[in-house]
Design a protein around this ligand. Structure first.
Ligand code: BG6
Length: 488
C-alpha cells in the first residue's frame, strides 16, 4: 500500500452502469489501483437494473476505462482491479430485491461503503431497501454528491430521508472541488505559513476574487442544466466551498468537526442578497453563439433540446460581503460561467496599497501586491511583487515580477491526483474532513435561495454574452463601480 492502510471495504455502487460511474468512479478507482491505494481485500460491487452478470459488468468496465482514461490500461493492474468487480441486478424501487446483497457483503471482514451514483429521486428507495433488508451495520457508510436538492426545502427532504437510516457521521457528501490539490493546499498555505496567517484580514487585504471559468457548454445536459442554472450548479457548492476555505478562521485541528464548524461560521456571516440589493450585487448572463478556439459554437438557446425562451443563467458574477470582524469592508467577487474564453479556476488575493509611497517621484501609484492561487489548469501559487530593475540610473526603476511556484515544476516527482481519487479514497478510509456536513449544505442553500428568489421576483432575462468571451460587460461594471477590475 502507498500510505497508511485502512479497513478493506465492500464498495457498492448504485447506478454502476450510469454516466457518473463509468466516466468518473471506475476511472478513479482504476487510478487508485494503479497507485496501490486500494486495500487488497476490498471488493467493488456494481448494482444496476439491467440484466447482466459479473463477467458482463467487467467487460463494460473495461470498455469504460478504454474510453475515459487518457492512458493505456496496464494489463497487470487491470487484472488485479477486475478481480474485485462483481455485479448484482437490482431494481432500486423494489424493496425485496436488496436482500441479495447479503451474499456479497461481509461486515466481519469489510466495511460497507454505499456510493449513490444515481438521481436523488432514488435515494429514498435505496435507503429504505437497505434498511429493510437488514444488510447495513453501524459501520456502514453512504456517499452522495450534488445535486443535494434544488433549494433548502428539497435538500432538507433528501437529508431527512437519509437520516432515517444513516447517522450523520456515516454520511459522506461530496463536492469534488474539495478533493482538488490546490484547494487542499489552501489549508497549508494559510495555516502553515506565518506570513499568511498574519496578513489575512481587512488590515492588509483589499478584496478577493474567485473565478471558475469553464470552456464547456451544456454538453447534452440541457434539461438538467436548464432546471438548475449556474448559480445552483456551481456557485452554491464549488465557489462557496472555495470561499469558506479562504475566509475561515484557523480551525483548532484538522479534524472534520473543527473544519466544518469554521466553514459554517463563514456561511452564516454572508450578508444576504435580497430583492433590495440584488441588482447592485449580481450579474446573470446567458451565452449566445460565438467562437471557441476559432470554431463556431451555438448559443445556449440553440443547444440541442433547448427551450428557446429559457431565462436560465449560464454565467453569474456576485459581490459578496462577509459580516465578521476579519472581513469587514473586504468584498469577495465571485464569477463563474460556461463557454468562457478559457478554462481557468483561480483565487486572487489583492492586498491593500501602501499607506505612503517613497518612489512617488517616478511612480505616482505603486501597484499593490497580489497572491494568485491557480487551481486549474496548471496548479500553482504566484505572488506579484515589485522589484528594482538592476542598473545604476539616477532614479530607481521598478518592475512588477512574480514569485512563481508551479506545482508541476516544483513537485516533479509527485503525481497530482484528481478530486475524485482523493475523495473516494477518503470515503473508503472513513475520514469525513473533506466532506460536507448537513448544516453546511443547508446554510449554503439558505443564502443561495435568497438570491434565486430575488431574481425570480425581478423576472429579468439574463444579459447576453458571446460564447468565447469573459461574460457580459456588466460583470466588469460590477467591479468598476467599486474602482476595481477582474484579474487577467
Ligand atoms: C460540476 C458541474 O459539478 O462541475 C458541471 O455540474 C461543471 O456543470 C463541473 O462543468 C466542473 O468541474 P471541473 O472539475 O471540470 O471544474
Amino acid at each position: 500500500m502507498s500510505s497508511k492502510t485502512y479497513n478493506p471495504c465492500d464498495l457498492v455502487i448504485y447506478g454502476a452502469l450510469g454516466d457518473l460511474s463509468r466516466r468518473k468512479l471506475l476511472t478513479c478507482l482504476y487510478r487508485l489501483e494503479l497507485s496501490n491505494f486500494i486495500e487488497p481485500e476490498t471488493c467493488i460491487i456494481g448494482i444496476d437494473r439491467m440484466e447482466l452478470d459479473s463477467p458482463g459488468f467487467i467487460e463494460i468496465a473495461h470498455k469504460s476505462l478504454q474510453e475515459f482514461l487518457n492512458t493505456e490500461l496496464d494489463e497487470a493492474v487491470w487484472k488485479r482491479f477486475s478481480s474485485r468487480l462483481s455485479y448484482l441486478q437490482i431494481d432500486l424501487t423494489q424493496m425485496e430485491q436488496y436482500a441479495q446483497l447479503q451474499d456479497f457483503v461481509d461486515h466481519s471482514k469489510r466495511v460497507m461503503v454505499n456510493y449513490f451514483a444515481v438521481s436523488p429521486v432514488l435515494f429514498k428507495n435505496i435507503c429504505q431497501g437497505l434498511d429493510q433488508s437488514g444488510v447495513l451495520s453501524n459501520t456502514s457508510r453512504m456517499v452522495m454528491e450534488k445535486p443535494i436538492g434544488h433549494d433548502l426545502k428539497s435538500s432538507r427532504e433528501i437529508n431527512d430521508e437519509v437520516a432515517k437510516v444513516f447517522q450523520e457521521d456515516q454520511v459522506f457528501r461530496i463536492d469534488h472541488y474539495l478533493g482538488k490539490e490546490t484547494v487542499l493546499n489552501l489549508l497549508a498555505l494559510r495555516f502553515a505559513n506565518s506570513i499568511f496567517t498574519t496578513n489575512w484580514d481587512h488590515n492588509t487585504i483589499d478584496h478577493v476574487q474567485i473565478t471558475v471559468a469553464e470552456e464547456v457548454g451544456i454538453e447534452g445536459r440541457w434539461e438538467y442544466f436548464d432546471h438548475t442554472g449556474q448559480l445552483r450548479d456551481m456557485l452554491q457548492n464549488h465557489l462557496l466551498q472555495i470561499l469558506t476555505f479562504v475566509a475561515m478562521e484557523p480551525p483548532a485541528t484538522l479534524e472534520a468537526q473543527s473544519i466544518h464548524s469554521e466553514k459554517i461560521k463563514v456561511l452564516k456571516a454572508l450578508r444576504p442578497i435580497t430583492a433590495k440589493n440584488v441588482k447592485e450585487k449580481t450579474v446573470r448572463g446567458q451565452y449566445t453563439a460565438g467562437y471557441m478556439k476559432g470554431k463556431p459554437v451555438p448559443g445556449y438557446l440553440e443547444e440541442e433540446g433547448a427551450n428557446t425562451k429559457s431565462i436560465t443563467e449560464s454565467f453569474v458574477a456576485l459581490r459578496v460581503d462577509i459580516d465578521n470582524w476579519r472581513w469587514a469592508g473586504v468584498p469577495f467577487y465571485l464569477r463563474t460561467g460556461k463557454r468562457m474564453s478559457g478554462k481557468r479556476t483561480e483565487i486572487v488575493i489583492n492586498f491593500k496599497r501602501l499607506p505612503h509611497n517613497i518612489f512617488r517621484d517616478s511612480y505616482r501609484e505603486l501597484p499593490p501586491n497580489k497572491l494568485i492561487i491557480h487551481l486549474q489548469p496548471n496548479e500553482g501559487v504566484e505572488i506579484q511583487v515589485l522589484n528594482k530593475i538592476p542598473g545604476i540610473d539616477e532614479n530607481i526603476k521598478l518592475q512588477k515580477t512574480k514569485l512563481d511556484l508551479s506545482f508541476s515544476e516544483t513537485f516533479k516527482n509527485s503525481r497530482i491526483f484528481g478530486g475524485y481519487e482523493k475523495l473516494v479514497l477518503e470515503a473508503m478510509r472513513g475520514n469525513p474532513t473533506l466532506f460536507l456536513s448537513r448544516e453546511e449544505i443547508e446554510q449554503a442553500w439558505t443564502w443561495i435561495d435568497s438570491i434565486q428568489n430575488a431574481w425570480t421576483h425581478l423576472l429579468e432575462s439574463p444579459i447576453s454574452y458571446p460564447a468565447g468571451t469573459w461574460g457580459p460587460i456588466a460583470s466588469d461594471s460590477l467591479l468598476a463601480q467599486d474602482g476595481r477590475a477582474w484579474e487577467g
